[in-house]
Design a binder for this molecule. Structure first.
Ligand SMILES: [Cu+2]
Length: 340
């Protein structure tokens, strides 16, 4: 125990001196913050306090929610601006230990969400976790300290195993977005989680049908969990493979893609204008590992007409999707007079 305490103190001292060094870098003439004239990191951010309820759901699932009785799979999209702090009071209404562990942001060991750091909620317990973030800073020599901005995610890290393997399997996960000031805000947000052979813990044809009107700015947050490797593909839309999914100028070197690896623990996000250059329609999203899409890792992105009405042929496409995804569903459709 004593050894642990000593090691902990040493680490704290080192961390403090690192922070002091970083602070010096940000204040001296040899290194300037990117946002000249703005307050330093600690003064710039606001602290947002939220309460999250972890709750058992029908079908053996467990979800996070922002209200009592409001848990969903995936959990709510949590958002903050670079420099802000998110203080999360997690209420565990279940009979199992669980936690919340973020990717991409800054936190101390007691907000780590891992049993290893004694950071979790016992059954019925309420506990507060603090997530911090910071802006990018530039130093001499074209060296950059990256900011926290990104399409990240959060998840349980304590249910079932030391790694939250049981909580992840049951649906304790969600999207975390850290925005840079000035980022464009979307009209709609869709969280897609490839979790083993499931999409948001569902299989086609019960996977979510995301909907937007033609031209709406739609933000996708894609997250991978479980034990399998996946590729996320969206039909008829493409995005830049950078932080936002949008090109930042005519010389932006980002590759434009419509398919991206989505492996366990990874996440990315992007914004598209629904139906841009292709028009409205029922477009598919799916894992591009063929045996995964064939087995149910697929869903529909319905781009309605600009006035919100159903585009020609879309309902038929949706019906076909419901009819031919599953062998059982297809057989049922045949029994009712054929599919196509
Ligand atoms: Cu897959």
């Amino acid at each position: 125990m004593n050894d642990n305490v000593v090691i902990g103190d040493e680490q704290q001292v080192r961390r403090r001196s690192l922070l002091a060094a970083a602070g010096a870098l940000g204040l001296t003439g040899s290194a300037v913050a990117l946002t000249r004239g703005e307050p330093a990191r600690a003064a710039a951010g606001v602290t947002k306090k939220i309460t999250i309820y972890a709750e058992a759901l029908p079908g053996g699932l467990i979800g996070y929610g922002l209200t009592r009785g409001g848990a969903t799979v995936p959990g709510p999209v949590l958002e903050m601006y670079e420099g802000d702090t998110l203080e999360i009071t997690l209420v565990n209404t279940t009979t199992q230990r669980l936690s919340i562990h973020p990717h991409g942001v800054d936190y101390s060991t007691d907000s780590d969400g891992s049993p290893f750091n004694d950071s979790f909620n016992q059954p019925g317990e309420t506990r507060t976790y603090v997530w911090r973030s910071h802006e990018m800073t530039a130093a001499a020599g074209r060296r950059f300290m990256p900011g926290s901005a990104g399409y990240w995610h959060y998840h349980d890290h304590a249910l079932g195993t030391e790694h939250g393997t049981g909580g992840l399997a049951k649906g304790l996960y969600g999207a975390l977005i850290v925005r840079r000031r000035g980022d464009l805000l979307p009209d709609k947000q869709f969280t897609v989680v490839f979790n083993d052979m499931l999409v948001n813990n569902k299989s086609a044809p019960d996977t979510p049908m995301f909907q937007a009107d033609l031209g709406q700015r739609v933000e996708w947050i894609a997250i991978g969990h479980g034990n399998l490797f996946h590729t996320f593909h969206l039909h008829a839309h493409r995005w830049a493979d950078n932080r936002t999914g949008m090109l930042e100028g005519p010389s932006d070197p980002s590759q434009v893609i419509d398919n991206k690896d989505l492996n366990p623990g990874s996440s990315f996000g992007f914004q598209v204008l629904a139906g841009e250059a292709v028009g409205p329609g029922a477009w598919m999203y799916h894992c591009h590992v063929q045996m995964h899409s064939d087995t149910g890792m697929a869903g529909i992105f319905l781009v309605r007409n600009a006035d919100g009405s159903m585009p020609a042929g879309a309902q038929e496409a949706i019906d076909r999707f419901h009819g031919h995804q599953h062998a059982a569903a297809a057989a049922q459709a045949h029994a009712h007079g054929g599919t196509r």
